[in-house]
Structures are given as structure tokens and as C-alpha cells.
Design a protein around this ligand. Structure first.
Ligand code: DAH
Length: 342
């Protein structure tokens, strides 16, 4: 008997509905009030034989808890809808507050880089993230056995003569631009790149780069140097110095790696620049004549320079972020720190 009553009440509670505060209160009184049905069952419980007391006791308690939880839930729902009704009928009520997001530090940095180069006459160019070997390696003068083509670095999607792969750098956009446009060419190419690397504080398998390319008659290394100097002074402050170290990239000759004077210690040496006073920020060089020719540009008539930098790296140096992974976790406490940088 008591068992059946418990079952019926359980069902009733599961399906209980209430349209307003009053109905919730009525339900509470009917179930849990002094003369309520569940309260009544507790009275009946006294007459249950000793051997069944334990079982019914447990059932009754969970019935009571369920009823209390349901009533709380209905009360919450009713309050929510009545709030909403209030604000729609009273037009002087303030609107519902909703959280505004902030722009991601990588987006902020990308926009800043683009805007600095825009002022120097560079147009935006973009290319696909899923690329082929021709645009990522072949046309950029990578010999067939160059280690960067190795499976260790590149995510291949297909194999064969001209494999499909995820681009490992935005230099592929140089190729696409030169293949489709005639000099003078002045483009800035931001984008996402992919490398098969273990994720750590200093490396990630997905990151962002900005590539720059300038091709025209009489473009010289001095132009490259001045362009980079203007960029770093706008990005890191007017006293920033640059240093160029000889380097090697298949697609530029000569090639260089560019350092800036440490923006933390001003070049005196600190733990950010590891005591050297310099921080590496990009690779650059004069476009190799082989690359111009591979893209259909006459290398006797035209010369050019190119440069490429990692957006995460620039952002890390600008804001002293020590762990690359923070950019990908999207913890709002981290993202909010850049709110004022917009
Ligand atoms: N593509 C190079 C990289 O991913 C960066 C780079 C170096 C781009 C030199 C250039 C360049 O255009 O001239 O590491």
C-alpha cells in the first residue's frame, strides 16, 4: 500500500509543472506541507513492520528529497520567466546584460602588423591552408631531399608527384601571388601554418605567420633593411635597433635572420634575451632568382625581397608571454589582459 503511494507520488513529481509562483507553492503545500501527502506517508511509516522499516525509510527519504529538488527547480524556472515578462512589459527596465568578448591577442597582433605594412603600401594577400608541394616547397627552390619536406615537419594529406599537405609556412602565398600578378608586387600575407611538432611552451603544431613580399625593378637589400626598421620601430618602440645575421633559406639569396634590441632591458642583457641583448624576430632575404623564374617573373628585369615572422612570437615578445600554449587555451582570464590593447 505505502509502496504504491510512493510510486504514484514519484511519477507525479517527475511530471510536475507550474506556471507561476502560486502554483509552485500549492504543489509544495500539497506534498510537503504539514498535512501534505509525503508528510502523511511519514505518519503511516510508524505502522510499518520492523523488518520493512529500513527499506521504506530509504524510499520515503529519497521521495522527500526529490520533491524538494523539483520544487526548487520549478521555482527557479518560474522566476526566470516572470523576470523576462516584467522586462518586456516595462520598457523602461534596463536591458539584459550579456558579456562582451575581447579580441584575441593573436588577432590584435596580426591587425597591428598588417596596419604597419599597409601604411608602407602593402596589400593583403591570402592563400589556402591546404596546399600542394609545388607552392610550399618546389617553387620556393627546396631541393627534393630538403629536410623540411620530411614527414617529421609536414602533415601530408596525400602522396605522389605533387602531394597535398598542410602548409608549413605562409611563403606559399608569395608563390601564388607571383604566379597570378605582375610586378610591382607589394603584399603582406597573414595566415595559419602547421608543423608536425610536439606541443610545448615554445612550439605548437598550429601557429600563425605573416609573410611579406616586394618585387619590382631595382629592389635592393637596403630597401629590405629600411622596411624592417620602420616595422620594428612602430611595433616595439622608436628606440628599437635591428641586427641582421647571415642565414640560409632556399628561397632567398642572400638570407638573413633579423634580431631586435631587447625591448625589456634595452639591450643591456636580461633573462628574456638570455643576456645577449637581442631577440630574434624574423627571417628575410632577397628573393632567389630561381623562385622568380619558377613563378614566371623575369629575374633579369626584376628583384625582390621577402620576410616572414611568427605572430605568436611577436606577441610573446611584445607582452612577455612565456608559454605559447596560453594562446590556444582561450582561458578568459588570460584573454581579458589584452582588453585595453584593442
Ligand atoms: N618561411 C620561413 C619559415 O617559415 C620564414 C621566412 C624566412 C620567410 C625568410 C621569408 C624569408 O619570406 O625571406 O621559417
Amino acid at each position: 500500500m505505502i509502496n504504491e503511494k510512493i510510486e504514484t507520488l514519484l511519477n507525479e513529481i517527475r511530471n510536475a509543472k507550474a506556471g507561476n509562483e502560486k502554483e509552485v507553492e500549492e504543489l509544495r503545500v500539497r506534498l510537503l506541507g504539514k498535512k501534505g501527502e509525503i508528510t502523511g506517508l511519514f505518519d503511516e511509516f510508524r505502522n510499518v513492520s520492523a523488518e520493512h522499516k529500513r527499506e521504506f525509510g530509504q524510499k520515503l527519504n529519497s521521495l522527500k528529497n526529490m520533491a524538494a529538488a523539483k520544487i526548487e527547480e520549478l521555482r527557479g524556472r518560474v522566476a526566470e520567466t516572470s523576470d523576462r515578462k516584467d522586462s518586456s512589459s516595462d520598457l523602461t527596465m534596463p536591458g539584459d546584460h550579456f558579456e562582451l568578448g575581447t579580441r584575441h591577442p593573436i588577432s590584435i597582433t596580426r591587425e597591428e602588423i598588417i596596419s604597419i605594412f599597409r601604411k608602407q603600401g602593402y596589400a593583403l594577400a591570402e592563400g589556402p591552408e591546404i596546399e600542394d608541394d609545388h607552392h610550399v616547397f618546389e617553387a620556393l627552390n627546396f631541393p627534393p631531399d630538403h629536410p623540411a619536406r620530411d614527414m617529421q615537419d609536414t602533415f601530408f594529406i596525400s602522396s605522389g608527384v605533387n602531394p597535398i599537405l598542410l602548409r608549413t609556412h605562409t611563403s606559399s602565398v608569395q608563390v601564388r601571388t607571383m604566379e597570378t600578378r605582375k610586378p610591382p608586387i607589394r603584399v603582406i600575407c597573414p595566415g595559419r601554418v602547421f608543423r608536425n611538432e610536439a606541443i610545448s611552451a615554445r612550439a605548437h603544431c598550429i601557429f600563425h605567420q605573416v609573410e611579406g613580399l616586394y618585387v619590382d625593378r631595382n629592389v635592393s637589400f637596403a630597401d629590405l633593411k629600411q622596411t624592417i626598421l620602420i616595422f620594428v620601430r612602430e611595433m616595439f618602440g622608436p628606440d628599437t635597433k635591428i641586427r641582421m645575421r647571415p642565414s640560409y633559406f632556399p628561397f632567398t639569396e642572400p638570407s638573413t635572420e633579423v634580431d631586435i634590441s631587447c625591448n625589456i632591458c634595452g639591450g643591456k642583457g636580461c633573462n628574456i634575451c638570455k643576456g645577449t641583448g637581442w631577440l630574434e624576430i624574423m627571417g628575410a632575404g632577397m628573393v632567389d632568382p630561381n623562385v622568380l623564374e619558377a613563378c614566371g617573373i623575369d629575374s633579369k628585369e626584376y628583384t625582390g625581397f621577402a620576410f616572414g615572422m611568427g605572430i605568436e612570437r611577436i606577441a610573446m615578445l611584445k607582452w612577455q608571454v612565456k608559454d605559447l600554449r596560453l594562446y590556444f587555451e582561450n582561458d578568459v582570464r588570460f584573454l581579458r589582459e589584452f582588453e585595453t590593447s584593442i
